[in-house]
Design a protein. Structure first.
Length: 512
């Protein structure tokens, strides 16, 4: 990553752009989105969105390289110093999330071209790309901002555009799923902003770094205690943390395939990051983490979510819903690592942000390709799909093995890190729970494998028919990343450890 930063510095325009990269990360897709309305053409809008997302990805890579080389980046909007002005702060933690969001967005766009043309009415396709870039803008803004209220603004930008994207699904149930997400998302945002208002009332500041220094003096008050509770619950809804996950299964199941790929790989990951940032940075210096027992609550909810999501996934006959409940289970691992409140546990959560984005992106891409070819993702309709779509099914199998936590896949790296963190803390029963929950993943992955490879294709079905190359290539790229970063786990784990150490510096007591 540092090499990428050094290469950028060698470019002739680097001195002019480098100081403004944190702002450009958000501004570029924000200003580019309305251009789709002017273009009003499906192909041109797709091409424009593709260019913008890859530019955003390049910016994110440079920012990550810079943070690893030089440390924290602070960008003051309009040269107004904090806390009077809004500032963007980029460190190892959110630089990783920026790379995740932009990488998934960039890889999903080639896949989306054929998929969206099949699933979204042509007159609305340009609106799809408009909302896609606005959603990416909101997610990037949440990640970069160091202002608690500004985070709320970007949270609403990403949420509102997500509601529209989900509603573009073919089934009328997509509208119901979108409306349900709107209700739950609004509740989450309302809880969060109430918490922010309470913090402002007690400190007179909205800057996160400033709040971190002011809150310890008033952490004994009921107002700050209530603010902590409102923030955790509000962001917990956005995370889809058990039992606040009820909006997620239908949203993933009935949205267009490209939307499911993008949201499943990014939205909950950004929300997890925001929760990590608020809990460990803003409230980290207070005594609330110890006095409220929030760590024990997060551990319990994480473990219950791991088992509940996987158990329900076993009984699903729609593969998209199966993977949606699998996401609830995988979010449980991230929440569990957060609840451990150790650098090793938080590193496990952060590395799982990346790993889950990759493997779940692969899974939903493969399922979307199956839907493109046969028009269904019901288990019974996928009989013999391994022979009819061998490449797509093989890609799904790779993602399934990673969800289980099989060695040489990224899923193994995440679970191994969490097991090590649990054993280091003396919590052998938590380590055992992580291993047992993986057995449930075997059950629901096997259901798909059994139908795909051990059942005969329906009579009258044609021979091998794969999805278009534009859909296959992104799948194969992410599947290769699933294996590559499973073999070379040190690269992502070292960055995650660096990010976790940066977050844990603010925690009272300095947990190792």
């Amino acid at each position: 990553m540092s090499a990428i930063y050094l290469f950028f510095l060698s470019l002739p325009f680097a001195p002019m752009l480098e100081p403004h990269l944190p702002a450009l990360q958000v501004v570029v897709p924000l200003l580019a989105a309305p251009v789709c309305v002017l273009l009003r053409d499906a192909k041109l809008s797709w091409l424009w969105a593709l260019i913008v997302t890859w530019i955003s990805f390049a910016i994110a890579l440079v920012l990550l390289g810079k943070t690893l080389s030089t440390g924290l980046i602070i960008y003051e909007m309009g040269n107004w110093p904090a806390p009077w002005g809004i500032e963007y702060r980029i460190d190892a933690a959110n630089a990783v999330v920026l790379v995740i969001v932009t990488a998934i967005a960039a890889v999903t766009l080639p896949y989306a071209k054929a998929s969206v043309e099949r699933e979204v009415p042509r007159p609305r396709i340009y609106l799809f790309y408009l909302m896609y870039m606005l959603c990416m803008t909101g997610l990037l803004g949440i990640t970069t901002t160091a202002d608690a209220f500004n985070l709320f603004v970007f949270l609403e930008i990403s949420s509102l555009s997500s509601y529209v994207l989900i509603s573009l699904g073919q089934s009328r149930r997509a509208l119901t799923a979108s409306y349900r997400y709107l209700i739950m998302g609004t509740l989450g945002a309302t809880f969060y902003i109430i918490g922010v208002g309470m913090m402002y009332m007690m400190t007179g500041s909205l800057n996160m770094a400033d709040l971190a220094t002011l809150l310890p003096a008033v952490d004994h008050t009921r107002t700050v205690l209530a603010a902590f509770a409102f923030v955790v619950v509000g962001l917990g809804l956005k995370v889809a943390m058990f039992p606040l996950h009820t909006w997620l299964p239908n949203a993933y199941a009935f949205a267009p395939s490209a939307v499911t790929v993008f949201l499943a790989s990014t939205a909950t990951k950004v929300a997890i990051y925001a929760l990590l940032r608020l809990v460990f940075t803003v409230f980290g210096g207070t005594a609330l983490f110890d006095t409220t027992g929030i760590n024990l609550m997060l551990i319990i909810l994480g473990i219950v979510g791991m088992f509940a999501g996987a158990f329900v996934a076993i009984f699903q006959n729609d593969v998209k819903r199966m993977l949606a409940f699998s996401s609830v289970s995988q979010v449980g691992y991230m929440v569990l690592g957060m609840g451990m409140a150790t650098a090793a546990g938080v590193a496990g959560s952060i590395v799982h942000l990346f790993n889950h984005a990759v493997m779940k992106g692969v899974a939903f891409m493969a399922v979307g390709a199956m839907f493109y070819v046969i028009g269904s993702v019901k288990l019974n309709d996928l009989a013999g799909i391994g022979k009819r779509m061998p490449v797509t099914t093989a890609v799904f199998l790779v993602s399934g093995l990673s969800l289980i936590g099989t060695p040489l896949t990224v899923g193994f790296i995440s679970k191994w890190q969490l097991v090590v963190a649990a054993l280091d803390a003396g919590w052998w029963y938590i380590a055992a729970g992580i291993l047992l929950s993986s057995l449930l993943a075997i059950a629901y992955v096997w259901r798909v494998v059994e139908v795909a490879y051990l059942k005969a294709p329906p009579e009258g079905s044609t021979g091998r028919t794969e999805a278009p190359l534009s859909m296959l290539v992104p799948m194969i790229v992410l599947a290769a990343a699933t294996v590559w970063y499973g073999i070379d786990g040190n690269t992502t784990l070292d960055i995650a450890t660096h990010a976790a150490n940066a977050l844990m510096q603010s925690v009272a007591g300095g947990r190792p």
